[in-house]
Design a protein around this ligand. Structure first.
Ligand code: F6P
Length: 549
C-alpha cells in the first residue's frame, strides 16, 4: 500500500465516502439555504461556485486536511522559489517567474533569473512594436500582415488558445496562423492564404529538434525560397523561439531574431515566455502584459489564500474526490464562450501530459488513479452533442462550466440565452427530475396512463451530477491569464497529492523512437517482417495502396 492511501487523511476520506456516497445534492441544498455562500470563493471578479458538488461540510474539511497532510503549501513554496522539483530532469518548474510582475528575485543555481526574464520581455516588446508599427518589414518592403507559428504541443497549444480567445483585442490587419501537425495538409492549407513578402514565420521549439516542427520549418523555408528566389531574405522572415540557440543559428536565424527561454520552463507551461511571441505580435505587448498581470494575480491568490478559499486548491481537491473515490475517469470543461473553443485542447496537454503518470516521486508504481482524461466543448454546442450522457448516462463526469457575465459581442438576446442555459444545465445536472415530477409533467400534458407508463422511466433524471461554475466579468487578457494560471496550479496540486512529478513527459518519447525505424522501412519500402503481424500488415497494406511519401 502507498504512503498516500495509508495516510490518516486518505483513510478518513475513504471512511467518509462510504457514509456520504449516496447523499443527493438536492437534499444538501434543501438543508442549507446558505450552501452557495459556504461553497463559493472569489479572486477579483472571478467567482468559483463549487456548491453543486457532492460534498458536505465534513467532506470539505477532510479534503482540505488531505491537502495539508500532503504538504501542498510547502510544495507550492518550493515550486515558486525555484527548487528543482522536476526530479527526473533535475530542474525547477518556474513558469511563475515568467509572470513575476513584482520582480522579486527568483534564484536558480544561485542566479536571480528575473533580469533575463525581463530582458527577453523587452526584446519581444521591441521586436513586436517594430513589426506592428511597420518599421520591421519584409525583404521587399511589404508590411508584415501574417504571422505563421510553427510548433507543436506546448509550442503551439498555449499561444493558440490565447490568440483564438483574444481575437476581439487583436490589431486589425495582423493575422496569426498556427501550424503544428506533421500532416502536410496543415502547412499546405495555411500557405495557401499567405504571401511570402508579408509573412513572418516563428519557429517555436524548446528543443529545436522536434521532428514535426523541424520538417514543417524546412518546408516553409523551401516554400519561401521557391516563391521569392531569395535565399538571403530567409533571415528576415524567419525567427526562432528556443532554448537551443546553436540549432537556430544552423537553420539560418539571426542572433537578434532568436528569442530564448530556459529549461526550467516546461513546454505546456511556456506560453508566458517567448513562446508567447505570436500572442504579442497579434495583441500587442500591453495586452500580453495584462495577461501576465492576471496570471500573477492568480499566483498571489494561490500563494497567499487559505486552502479553504483557494480556487486552484479547491478545484484540485474536488477533482481528486471524484477521480479517486467516485472512480470518475474523466473531467469535462465546458466554456460557455465561443472564443474559448480551444481551451480543452490546451488543458489536455497541461493536465494529461503533467499527471498521466504511474510511477510516483519515489520510483514506485502508484496504487491509486492519477490524472483524469480531460475533454470538453463550448456551450451551448455541448448540450446538443453529449449532454444526454451527462444527464442520463452510466458514467460520472464531473465538469467545469465557465462563462463571462458580459459578451465581447452583444447581439440580441443570445448572450442572455447562453447564460440561462449555463445556469439551467448545472441546475438540472444537480437536482435531476424525480419520478413524481416527471409523472406530473406528463399528466399535465394530457398523456394517457398507458403511454405514461411506457414513457415515464425515460423521463426520470437521477441528478447528483457535480459541476463547478466559474463566472467572471469579461473574457479579457487579464482574465485569460488568471484562468490559465488557475488550471496550471490545479494540475500542480493534484500532482503533489498523488506524489507524482507533473513536470516531465517521458511517455512521449517511446512512440517517437519507434516511428524513426518505421519511417525508414516505409520510406525505403523495406522489409517489414521484423515487426509484429499487425504493424507488418498495416505497413504492407499501405505500400500496396501506394502510400504518398
Ligand atoms: O509532447 C512532448 C513535447 O516535448 C511537449 O512537452 C512539448 O511541448 C512538445 O513536445 C514540443 O517540444 P519542443 O517545444 O521542444 O518542440
Amino acid at each position: 500500500m502507498s504512503q498516500l492511501t495509508e495516510s490518516p487523511a486518505w483513510k478518513a476520506l475513504q471512511a467518509h465516502f462510504d457514509e456520504v456516497k449516496n447523499v443527493h445534492m438536492r437534499d444538501l441544498f434543501a438543508q442549507d439555504e446558505r450552501r452557495f455562500q459556504k461553497f463559493s470563493t472569489k479572486m477579483d471578479d472571478i467567482l468559483l461556485d463549487f456548491s453543486k458538488n457532492r460534498i458536505t461540510d465534513k467532506t470539505f474539511e477532510l479534503l482540505v486536511n488531505l491537502a495539508r497532510e500532503r504538504e501542498v503549501e510547502q510544495w507550492r513554496d518550493r515550486m515558486m522559489s525555484g527548487e528543482p522539483i522536476n526530479i527526473s530532469e533535475f530542474r525547477p518548474a518556474l513558469h511563475t517567474a515568467l509572470r513575476n510582475r513584482s520582480n522579486t528575485p527568483v534564484m536558480v543555481d544561485g542566479e536571480n533569473v528575473m533580469p533575463k526574464v525581463n530582458r527577453v520581455l523587452e526584446q519581444i516588446r521591441y521586436f513586436s512594436e517594430r513589426v506592428r508599427g511597420g518599421h520591421y518589414r519584409g525583404y521587399s518592403g511589404h508590411l508584415i500582415t501574417d504571422v505563421v507559428n510553427i510548433g507543436i504541443g506546448g509550442s503551439d497549444l498555449g499561444p493558440h488558445v490565447v490568440c483564438d480567445a483574444m481575437k476581439p483585442y487583436a490589431q486589425r490587419g495582423m493575422n496569426v496562423h498556427f501550424v503544428s501537425n506533421v500532416d502536410p495538409t496543415h502547412l499546405t492549407e495555411i500557405l495557401k492564404f499567405v504571401q511570402p513578402e508579408s509573412t513572418l514565420f516563428i519557429i517555436s521549439s524548446k528543443s529545436f529538434t522536434t521532428q514535426e516542427t523541424m520538417l514543417n520549418a524546412h518546408s516553409a523555408r523551401d516554400w519561401f525560397v521557391k516563391l521569392t528566389g531569395n535565399q538571403k531574405a530567409v533571415a528576415r522572415h524567419f525567427v526562432a523561439v528556443t532554448t537551443n540557440q546553436q540549432a537556430a543559428a544552423d537553420f539560418g536565424i539571426l542572433p537578434e531574431n532568436m528569442f530564448e527561454f530556459w529549461d526550467w520552463v516546461g513546454g505546456r507551461y511556456s506560453l508566458w515566455s517567448a513562446i508567447g511571441l505570436p500572442i504579442v505580435l497579434y495583441l500587442g505587448m500591453e495586452r500580453f502584459e495584462a495577461m501576465l498581470e492576471g496570471a500573477h494575480a492568480m499566483d498571489l491568490h494561490f500563494a497567499n489564500t487559505p486552502l479553504e478559499k483557494n480556487i486552484p486548491v479547491i478545484l484540485a481537491l474536488l477533482g481528486i474526490w471524484y477521480n479517486n473515490f467516485y472512480d470518475a475517469q474523466s473531467h469535462a470543461v465546458m466554456a460557455y464562450n465561443q472564443y474559448l473553443r480551444r481551451l480543452p485542447a490546451h488543458l489536455q496537454q497541461l493536465d494529461m501530459e503533467s499527471n498521466g503518470k504511474t510511477i510516483d516521486r519515489n520510483g514506485n508504481r502508484v496504487d491509486y488513479l492519477t490524472g483524469p482524461i480531460i475533454w470538453g466543448e463550448t456551450g451551448s454546442n455541448c448540450q446538443h452533442a453529449f449532454f444526454q450522457l451527462l444527464h442520463q448516462g452510466t458514467k460520472p463526469v464531473p465538469a467545469d462550466f465557465l462563462a463571462p457575465a458580459q459578451s465581447n459581442n452583444p447581439l440580441g438576446e443570445q448572450h442572455c440565452i447562453l447564460l440561462s442555459n449555463f445556469f439551467a444545465q448545472t441546475r438540472a445536472l444537480m437536482q435531476g427530475k424525480t419520478e413524481a415530477e416527471a409523472r406530473a409533467e406528463l399528466e399535465a400534458a394530457g398523456m394517457d396512463e398507458d403511454k405514461i407508463r411506457e414513457v415515464l422511466p425515460h423521463k426520470i433524471f437521477e441528478g447528483n451530477k457535480p459541476t463547478n461554475s466559474i463566472i467572471f466579468e469579461k473574457l479579457d487578457p487579464r482574465t485569460m491569464g488568471a484562468i490559465l494560471a488557475m488550471y496550471e496550479h490545479k494540475v500542480f496540486v493534484q500532482g503533489i497529492i498523488w506524489n507524482i512529478n507533473s513536470f516531465d513527459q517521458w511517455g512521449v518519447e517511446y512512440g517517437k523512437q519507434l516511428a524513426d525505424d518505421i519511417y525508414v522501412c516505409l520510406h525505403e519500402k523495406g522489409d517489414a517482417s521484423c515487426y509484429d503481424s499487425s504493424t507488418r500488415g498495416l505497413i504492407e497494406h499501405a505500400m500496396n495502396l501506394n502510400f504518398t511519401d
